[in-house]
Design a protein around this ligand. Structure first.
Ligand code: B12
Length: 230
């Protein structure tokens, strides 16, 4: 067990290393988190991700520009690489399969990778298409893998419109798939309007909603099977 003071110190160091794009600092603090047995999930969300939120604010205030964003992303990833293997596995009773990626034209992948990490720790099978993914690729991969869920990430108003095409194409090709969308410009209103099954504002909610969606999908499939048998 670590003290509240030590926890806070490490969270501050993780957060500041992202803000100050200090890759070595992120690695050192992350290694200390692991050595002390601190909760890796806590360190990721309340340390690294919290730092990136501040970086976003500094970008909006025109104190930071694209080069700073890139270096902050490097620091975040340096910490994440160390912490990710130590996030506690979860057994939530349901394990599904998911195709995930950031849509065409959009290279933001930190949020998508954090959502992916939550699916990994819950034991889902994850087909990660990466970032800047051609829209047709989502449909192709879902049909190939017969995944329960397709998760689309977009961080820009210009790229999020691509989600609508993926949703329409998936609906036309396969009624038995759940679609979840997310990313900073997305909202539950948009998800509703475009016919997605859901929207989640962060990775923890994404996993919670995914569990519900996969459960209802499996139930639907079982009922259809039972009807067929008569
Ligand atoms: C880091 C960053 C970058 C980095 C990305 C590095 C990387 N590897 O990802 C770089 C430098 C590459 C970058 C580039 C650009 N960026 Co940028 N970037 C950001 C920044 C500061 C942080 C994003 C981030 O990583 N946040 C931390 C993560 C953890 O949070 P998140 O992504 O929101 O993800 C969480 C949730 O959204 C959700 N979620 C995410 N995806 C999904 C998916 C599903 C299915 C679900 C359920 C949930 C979910 O869960 C996640 C975890 O909890 C944001 C600012 C912001 N406020 O978001 C701008 C921002 C997204 N960028 C912006 C812009 C304009 C650009 C550029 C055009 C800048 C330029 N002039 O070149 C380019 C575009 C490049 C491109 N073609 O994609 C704008 C977009 C504006 C808009 N509305 O369209 C923002 C909002 C900044 C701003 N306020 O203007 N950027």
């Amino acid at each position: 067990m670590i003290t509240d003071e030590k926890r806070q110190e490490l969270l501050d160091r993780l957060r500041n290393s992202v803000i100050q794009y200090d890759e070595d600092g992120a690695k050192e603090a992350s290694n200390e988190v692991v050595e002390l047995g601190m909760d890796a999930n806590d360190a990721i969300f309340n340390g690294l991700v919290s730092g990136m939120e501040e970086v976003g604010r500094l970008f909006e205030a025109q104190e930071y520009f694209v080069p700073e964003l890139l270096m902050s992303a490097d620091a975040l990833y340096a910490g994440l690489d160390i912490l990710k293997p130590h996030v506690k596995q979860l057994d939530l009773g349901v394990k599904g399969s998911v195709v995930i990626g950031t849509v065409e034209g959009d290279v933001h992948d930190i949020g998508k990778n954090i959502v992916k990490m939550m699916f990994d720790v819950a034991g889902f099978t994850v087909y990660d298409l990466g970032r800047d993914v051609p829209l047709d690729k989502f449909v192709e991969e879902q049909l190939k893998t017969d995944s329960d869920l397709v998760c689309l990430s977009a961080m820009m108003t210009t790229t999020m419109v691509g989600m609508k095409k993926v949703i329409d194409d998936l609906r036309a090709k396969n009624p038995n798939v759940k679609i979840m969308i997310g990313g900073a410009p997305v909202s539950s209103d948009i998800a509703g309007k475009w016919g997605a099954d859901g929207y989640a504002k962060d990775a923890n909610n994404a996993l919670k909603d995914a569990i519900n969606m996969v459960s209802s999908l499996k139930k639907m499939k079982e009922e259809a099977e039972a009807r067929k048998k008569g």
